[in-house]
Design a protein around this ligand. Structure first.
Ligand code: CMP
Length: 134
């Protein structure tokens, strides 16, 4: 069935003028952009978005990084959206990302990894609502 996932283009990628390149790869990959918004997160809001990682050692840096400049949030539609989008973006650590993936092309490090993709249908819904309401 057609369904949805949620993505963010992260501050390193927006700073380096890769919004268009990344959205192009997303559309080329068969995803329809349903909602799209360029926005800057406060540290409080970045912390809330990533609250699931609160106890992880990288949480403080992640919150600082995600509030360091504009991000682009989007809801994407495609059959099997969550799994197919994770395939398109590649591994969290760009050192392990496959050729042809967004992170292989644009990510700089495990933190500044260019894009976020939801890891489940449930989180896609929660994360989409975080930016776009119902
Ligand atoms: P993302 O898929 O958005 O989910 C959590 C984010 O934390 C991840 O991408 C990275 O930007 C960041 N991060 C930094 N260090 C790590 C790490 N060691 N493991 C996983 N994620 C990390």
């Amino acid at each position: 069935a057609t369904n949805r996932t949620f993505t963010m283009i992260k501050p390193d990628a927006t700073k380096d003028n890769h919004i268009g390149g990344i959205l192009g790869m997303i559309e080329q990959g068969g995803f329809r952009i349903v909602e799209l918004q360029k926005v800057e997160l406060t540290p409080e809001r970045a912390g809330e978005f990533y609250a699931v990682h609160k106890e992880r050692p990288f949480y403080g840096d992640l919150v600082k990084y995600m509030s360091s400049g504009p991000i682009v949030a989007a809801i994407l539609e495609k059959d099997n959206a969550v799994a197919d989008f994770r395939t398109l973006i590649g591994a969290t650590n760009p050192a392990n990302a496959e050729d042809g993936t967004i992170r292989k092309k644009y990510a700089k490090s495990i933190e500044a990894n260019a894009v976020h993709g939801s890891d489940s249908d449930e989180n896609a819904e929660i994360e989409g609502k975080f930016f776009f309401g119902k």
